[in-house]
Design a protein around this ligand. Structure first.
Ligand SMILES: [Zn+2]
Length: 341
């Protein structure tokens, strides 16, 4: 296996592309960091002053507003004009922001309630995250269907899927397509732990055949490798390990109240962070293999991969932290791999 050697972004992308990528991502990152940091400080201050205050709806409302403004609205209102796209219709703003903000509100609310209840029962911190992750995994697909409304695909993507399936000599998976404004680019994703399906975007159906074939072959590899169910098991193991660490700490700390809770949370969060990085490394490995399968089936197509990964929203030269916390290899690494295999 080729290791993830550093690939120089400047070798693959022009000055102008790198500049555009930074102009798009920098305000986004700042806004999200400020929102998260502000919220964390607020919760800690309120909680230290009086643990009961942290549960108030006011804190929850502030969290949701901060995150929506920082992470989602800034992306659409500030970052996109910076890369020269036309202002967005209201529908797109709502689709990309409101359901996500609502889901976050629910999860953050449940966590805050758990923290509040856990002052006297630290073991709760070991149990509640497992339940929340289980719920999140259960509703994720239902949520996707509700928000992005995929419909059975009858266009070019389903015939390409049938063709790639016959080349690989396997049964074609179910194909759907979504016209959701949340996915403006030509892309596809594999969903479904029990019955895998490929969901393509409307833009992909209109894309040139070479690009369409490449994206479908890549997703096909995810279906064949059972990456969705594997990823789900890995996510379970990750949160389970964090919960065990929290529960063991809770059982071995011989004090109660705030100090025990902080130690329990510290142990759980540390293990959780390490497990998240491991999950992302596993995901990047699966992505490299999916690229390899596409290259084996179709022949290497660096120009196609370049067109895919240099879209206006692509992060072309990520920082070290962005690299190790991302589910995909960097765009430059994918291109280098394609040309040096
Ligand atoms: Zn992939």
């Amino acid at each position: 296996m080729t290791r993830a050697l550093p690939a120089t972004p400047g070798r693959w992308f022009s000055e102008e592309e790198l500049h555009r990528s930074n102009a798009y991502h920098r305000p986004l990152r700042r806004a999200a960091q400020l929102a998260d940091g502000g919220f964390a400080v607020l919760v800690v201050v309120l909680w230290v002053l009086d643990p009961a205050v942290a549960v108030t709806a006011v804190v929850l409302a502030i969290a949701v507003v901060l995150r929506a403004v920082g992470g989602d609205l800034v992306m659409d209102r500030v970052a996109e004009p910076a890369i020269g796209e036309a202002p967005l219709p209201l529908r797109r703003l709502l689709i990309s922001s409101v359901p996500v903000a609502m889901l976050r509100a629910g999860l953050v609310g449940a966590l805050i309630l758990a923290l509040d209840a856990a002052v006297d029962r630290p073991w709760l911190i070991g149990v509640v995250p497992v339940i929340l992750v289980a719920l999140a995994l259960l509703v994720a697909e239902w949520w996707f269907d509700l928000v992005h409304r995929p419909t059975p695909a009858g266009g070019p993507s389903s015939s390409v899927v049938a063709e790639v399936a016959s080349r690989l000599d396997v049964d074609p998976p179910h194909v759907q397509t979504t016209a959701s404004p949340a996915f403006p680019g030509p892309t596809a994703m594999t969903l479904g732990a029990r019955r895998p399906r490929i969901v393509t975007t409307a833009a992909l159906d209109g894309a040139e055949p070479q690009l369409l074939e490449w994206v479908v072959a890549h997703e096909f590899a995810h279906v064949r490798r059972r990456d969705v169910p594997r990823g789900r098991v890995a996510a379970w193991l990750a949160v389970g390990a964090a919960s065990v660490a929290a529960a063991v700490t809770a059982a071995s700390v011989d004090s109660s109240g705030t100090r025990a809770l902080l130690m329990t949370m510290g142990a759980g969060l540390t293990v959780w962070l390490i497990m998240q990085l491991a999950l992302m490394a596993r995901s990047r490995h699966a992505e490299r293999l999916a690229d390899d399968v596409a290259a084996a089936v179709l022949g290497p197509r660096p120009a196609v991969v370049r067109a895919l990964v240099s879209g206006p929203r692509a992060r072309l030269d990520p920082t070290l932290w962005e690299r190790i916390s991302a589910p995909h290899p960097t765009p430059a690494e994918r291109l280098r791999r394609m040309t040096t295999r």
